[in-house]
Design a protein. Structure first.
Length: 440
């Protein structure tokens, strides 16, 4: 079975040769909003969250990381499930509040928060602002003084090399993220000395797309040790310990799915040995996954425009491409192009009969969704589906490149579909068609 076929069997359904998402045929969904379109299955998100919660100790609270997919309808899915939200800009903060988030369940991290963003977060009275430099501590203290309030603060720490892993390292070396572990005590002293700041805890997030539960456990153990050290220096227990996100999903051939149950067992063992110490005994433990919760729910659907041959090679040209899904094209950090799971989703029952590059309509050779993909006989009008497209897809892409129509987004819930972001043409002005959907 192909990689895409395994994803269909594990996550979706089919009616004969037609992919069904949340019980609805892909052709019907494509007709509802036109192509290209991102389609998300709410139940897959809910299952991912439920599995994670079942594996972790009850002390853990889950905050959805908005950067993975900020559509308001998706934020509401996780809010309805009782999650908090983690934001990394004032724009994401506004989206969180507009979706109905309780400010007391919102965290704000990021290395380059402006004064205006700090003002926005303080005015909204969110739970915590995670500071990442001495300069930010000083700036936030001044904002707190102007508002005459006390602001909850956690310190993001850039730890040493002891716990590394994942597709993109965000700590363990010189970094714009967090304060170096070596100067943690002096940074704690700065926060404690600021009259408007309330030191609450520690935040660590040092890698993304981690599929090895042992790497996560190593990072968490390191985080617990750093939090205990911080509590000793502050001479008070830690209120919160944010262990970040980084939980991955399988994209490529030979990627192994994260063993969530083994991950949970490792975390339980850690807490038995480390979190019972007085400094951490009552700390709220947080994780902030994004990709892991929403990534598998999404399929990027585009339509075949034409099939052509060039010097013995077949090209399947579609109406979608790198301007909508930069990650699938391999232009979001890959050194060597590897294919996301991709299939002709109205011909799933047909055996492969050709090998082709699946490309988009842009005037650049970088616009390749799949290279040397095994496909059945493809015809104009067929539907191509790119799986694992719920996270870091639409909003991580250059939507304005070459001024094509932006893709719609559809949320499917138990056989019912809703357009949650409408498409937009580049000359749309005034009442933006994109902004009339339910996500605002």
């Amino acid at each position: 079975m192909s990689e895409a076929g395994r994803f269909v069997e594990r996550l979706f359904q089919r009616d004969g040769s037609m992919l069904c998402i949340g019980g609805i045929p892909a052709e019907q969904l494509a007709g509802q909003a036109g192509t290209p379109v991102f389609v998300y299955d709410r139940e897959i998100m809910r299952r991912s969250l439920a599995r994670l919660r079942a594996a972790l100790p009850r002390r853990f609270d889950v905050y959805y990381s908005i950067k993975a997919n900020p559509n308001r309808a998706i934020l509401r899915v996780f809010l309805e499930e009782g999650c908090g939200l983690e934001v990394a800009s004032s724009g994401e903060l506004r989206l969180a509040l507009a979706a109905g988030a309780d400010p007391r369940r919102v965290l704000f991290a990021g290395p380059g928060k402006t004064i205006e963003e700090l003002e926005c977060a303080v005015a909204a009275k969110i739970a915590e602002i995670h500071v990442e430099s001495a300069d930010e501590i000083e700036a936030l203290g001044a904002v707190a003084a102007r508002h005459a309030v006390r602001v909850g603060v956690a310190i993001r720490v850039n730890p040493g090399e002891e716990a590394q892993g994942g597709a993109m390292r965000m700590g363990g070396r010189a970094s714009q993220f967090g304060v170096d572990e070596e100067i943690l005590e002096s940074v704690i002293d700065r926060v404690l000395a600021a009259p408007g700041l309330d030191f609450r805890g520690i935040h660590l997030f040092i890698g993304t797309q981690i599929l090895d539960h042992e790497v996560l456990a190593l990072q968490y153990g390191n985080g617990l040790a750093i939090a205990e050290r911080a509590a000793r220096h502050a001479k008070r227990p830690i209120d919160t310990l944010d262990l970040g996100g980084g939980l991955g999903i399988p994209y490529y051939t030979n990627d192994r799915e994260l063993d969530v149950e083994a991950y949970g067992r490792a975390v339980h063992e850690l807490l038995e040995t480390r979190a019972a110490v007085p400094a951490l005994a009552h700390a709220q433990l947080l994780i902030e996954p994004g990709r892991h919760l929403v990534g598998e729910s999404g399929v990027y659907v585009c339509r075949v425009i034409r099939v052509k041959e060039s010097r013995g090679k077949t090209f399947v040209i579609t109406d979608g491409g790198m301007h909508h899904h930069l990650a699938a094209s391999g232009n979001l950090g890959q050194v060597i192009k590897r294919n996301f799971p991709i299939a002709v989703i109205n011909r799933l029952a047909e055996p492969p009969s050709l090998r082709a590059d699946v490309v988009g309509p842009l005037c650049t050779p970088l616009d390749v969704l799949g290279r040397d993909v095994e496909l059945p006989a493809v015809r104009p009008g067929d539907l191509i589906g790119v799986f694992q497209s719920g996270a870091y897809a639409r909003t991580a892409s250059p939507l304005e490149f070459l001024s094509h129509r932006t893709p719609a987004e559809i949320l499917v819930t138990n056989g019912r579909s809703e357009i949650v972001r409408r498409p937009r043409l580049p000359d749309d002005r005034g009442t933006n068609a994109e902004e009339t959907a339910n996500d605002g």
